[in-house]
Design a protein around this ligand. Sequence first.
Ligand code: AMP
Length: 583
Amino acid sequence: MDFEEIKKPDQNQFTVKSNIKNYDDSYEKSSWDEIYSELDWLPGGGLNKAYECIDRHVKNGLGEKIAILWEGKNGEEEIYTFKQLKDLTDKFANVLNSLGVKLGDRIFVFMDRLPECYIAVFGGLKIGAVVGPLFSAFGPDPVKDRMEDAGAKLLVTQPELRRKISNMLGDLNDLQNIIVVNKDNRDNNPLIEQDLSYEELMEKSSSDFSIANTSQYDYSIMHYTSGTTGKPKGAVHRHQAIVQQYATGKWALDFHHDDIYWCTADPGWVTGTSYGMFAPWSNGITQVIYEGGFSASKWYSIIEKYKVSVWYTAPTAIRMLMKSGEKPVKQHDLSTLRFIGSVGEPLNPEAVIWGNKNFEQPIHDNWWQTETGAIMCANYASMNVRPGSMGKPIPGIELAILDKDFNPLPPNKSGLLAVKPGWPSQFHAYWNNSERYNSRFKKSWYITGDEALMDEDGYFWFQGRSDDVINTAGHLVSPFEVESALIEHPAVAEAGVIGIPDKIAMEVVKAFVALNVGYEWDEKLKREIMRFAREKLSAGVAPRDIGYVDSLPKTRSGKIMRRLLKARELGLPEGDTSTLEDD
Ligand code: AMP
């Protein structure tokens, strides 16, 4: 291991030389047109993500190659080849067809990481639907907000998740069908009222299907993402995004044909689709899908058992592995592992160094977000990793640091991280919200909402968010969404929500509430409000703690000053309070 001293702001940085040198430099010279030519277009000239990820491999003689190595939470094992995946997704596309789903209709998939979740998503893409995967830990409110906003026509789910959201389904005016997957007959009472059985529909369906001739500009996937104000916004991506997902699989995750790949992200978040579906399968890579949750020894045993060679995970997970110590690492043979990537939050330098020691290789941080659809900035396999840096822009991507007037800043100045629009996986709308979409573009730049700086060698360094959005365990949480849920509790008059630092999850959600007349603040009420929020939202989004205030600090125009709440909570300087409303 070579450590190389470099000058860097605020941390004692050094570079870690990568031990992998198989990054193909010719890609540096590739234009997007060359990448397009590596894909198979549909016979009619269109582009469809499902065709690129599944059908073309079957056409090109890879039908017997393994696409999915699945392990269930109870230890069940299933294997699917690309040919089996083609047949099942064709069948499911026929099911959707028989239910009247048409090009451009929105369908949602609210499932755990079951093979049927992937079949439903790709079946939907084959028919030209816009698919919205939902995080299975969500409670009824986030599911309702998303499906209602998108005008969802159909939902694919599983019995216990269906029951969790039953009370709100009647409010969704556009919803026509609910398909319930009862995996391995796990549930004794899977169907409610007019629900349709996935197993019965699939049994009757033919695998003879002609994929919809979608154009590269047709919408494919939508992921809802959080902002400071308003409900989450549905970032919509086109089929064209596959071009960059395919390319970055090679460039940033170093995919090679024989890799066994494991992405630990859930398909309810963009990493779980772009890199848990599209990037690996457009490259014809075998991937492991593990239904269960986190446990250090289980995760290491997954790597060992399936001989994972490329692993894409998140800083919170790495910090949890660090916490569990070196012993479980040593108890497993992880020698197949040759590339580790990380995304979603800042990857602290200690984690890179810990990975280097324990996995005998650096962890390659990269940066992107829901709206960008694919990796934009990365520590490549071939380059020296600078622990704490998100690396350099991928070929064909222009990133810049802008001042508050949206003009580029020189190196080593912190400012707004921006992207030159026109990258292939760029989102193309916030569903039903063109005003919000347009507000993200300033002076010919897309403004990411992050603050960063670029050093003199072109490496980018994350500095923080430029808004109040909370990043907890790599998931963005809108304070507004949590506040809206809290004020539905009869005791709560108003609520303000902030992120407070956490050793593992980077930030956790903390709320402050003022009470309605007739309510007294005590431990019992606090617990009751926390439970209420968890049921409505999900454990990951609901506040970890709630504090009581007489009233929330607000601007004269009535906006909650979360910045001030946070400063008071953390004992930081309060800054400019000139707009603060008088008490
Ligand atoms: P999401 O849209 O939910 O995928 O979240 C994207 C946000 O996560 C970015 O705008 C950043 O704030 C944060 N993020 C993603 N990757 C990184 C990274 N490598 N370093 C620091 N923050 C990151």
